[in-house]
Design a protein around this ligand. Structure first.
Ligand code: 13P
Length: 259
C-alpha cells in the first residue's frame, strides 16, 4: 500500500465530456456519497467552461482543476487560458502534458515543463502526466521515455519545485483501451520513477505522489492502489458516472483506513 505519509488521490479527468446538467448531477452525487472529510483526496478536471459550475457546486473536500493551461502569463494568445485566470476562478490543480495533448497538440517536453512552472507560479498544483506508447514499450524504451518527460521538468525548475506537484504515470496503450497495466507493471514503472528521483533527493522521492492512469476502475483500483509506489489514480472513462467514480473512491477509502 502507498506509504502512510502519502495521501491517496483519486482524480477524475472528464476530458471533453459533460454538460452543465452533468456537472450538477455529479456534484450532488458526490455531496451525498463522499464522507465529509475523506482520508484521501478527490479531484475532478472538467473542461474550462464547466470549471465555474464545478467550483460553485462541489463539496468542500473535492478539489477542482483544469485539463490544460497556457505557458504564458497573458497577452495575444487566442484561445488559451492562463494560470492566473484559473487561480482567480478558484482552481486548485491543473493537468499538464496529458498524452492526448502531447500527441494531438504536439506538446513537447519543454513546453510541458513551462506549463508546470506556470502552474506553480500561481499556486496551482500541477499533475505531470507521463507515459510510453505501446511501440515504445515493445522497444524497451519505457524507462527512458518516462524519465525524459520528468527530467525535462527537473532541468527547467529543479527538484524542489517538481515536488510541489504530482506525477501521473499513464501508459498510452492503457488509456481508454480497457487494457489496464497490471498492478506489477504499474509498480515497476512507479518504483523506477521514485528510485530515479531518489538519486537527486531521497526525501522528495519519498514524499511525491505518483498516480496511475489507464483503464482504472472499481474492480482494479484496490489492487493498483495497494502497490507500494502507487498513490492513487487519474481516471478517465470511469470518472464519468458517479457510480463508477465512487466505486474507485471506496477502494481508496478502504486503503486509507488507519492512516
Ligand atoms: O487518460 C486517462 C486519465 O487522464 C485515463 O483514461 P481512461 O481511464 O479512460 O483509460
Amino acid at each position: 500500500m502507498a506509504m502512510m505519509n502519502r495521501k491517496l488521490l483519486v482524480a477524475g479527468n472528464w476530458k471533453m465530456h459533460g454538460s452543465l446538467a452533468f456537472v450538477d448531477e455529479m456534484m450532488s452525487a458526490l455531496r451525498q456519497s463522499l464522507p465529509d472529510q475523506p482520508k484521501y483526496d478527490v479531484a475532478v478536471f472538467p473542461v474550462y467552461i464547466h470549471l465555474y459550475e464545478v467550483i460553485n457546486n462541489k463539496p468542500d473536500s473535492v478539489l477542482c482543476g483544469a485539463q490544460n493551461l497556457s505557458e504564458y502569463d497573458n497577452g495575444a494568445v487566442t484561445g488559451e487560458v492562463s494560470a492566473e485566470m484559473l487561480q482567480d476562478l478558484g482552481c486548485d490543480m491543473v493537468l499538464v502534458g496529458h498524452s492526448e495533448r502531447r500527441i494531438k497538440n504536439n506538446e513537447s517536453n519543454s513546453e510541458v515543463a513551462k506549463k508546470f512552472a506556470q502552474a506553480l507560479k500561481f499556486n496551482l498544483t500541477p499533475i505531470l502526466c507521463v507515459g510510453e506508447s505501446s511501440v515504445q514499450r515493445q522497444g524497451d524504451q519505457t524507462f527512458d521515455v518516462v524519465w525524459d518527460q520528468i527530467n525535462t521538468v527537473i532541468e527547467h525548475i529543479g527538484m524542489e519545485s517538481l515536488s510541489q506537484g504530482v506525477i501521473a504515470y499513464e501508459p498510452v496503450w492503457a488509456i481508454g483501451t480497457g487494457e489496464t497495466a497490471s498492478a506489477e507493471q504499474a509498480q515497476e514503472v512507479h518504483q523506477f520513477i521514485r528510485s530515479q528521483l531518489a538519486l537527486n533527493d531521497d526525501t522528495i522521492a519519498r514524499r511525491i505522489r505518483i498516480l496511475y492512469g489507464g483503464s482504472c476502475k472499481g474492480s482494479n483500483a484496490y489492487e493498483l492502489f495497494s502497490m507500494p509506489d502507487v498513490d492513487g489514480g487519474l481516471i478517465g472513462g470511469a470518472s464519468l458516472t458517479a457510480k463508477d467514480f465512487m466505486a474507485i473512491c471506496q477502494q481508496a477509502d478502504k486503503l486509507s483506513q488507519g492512516d
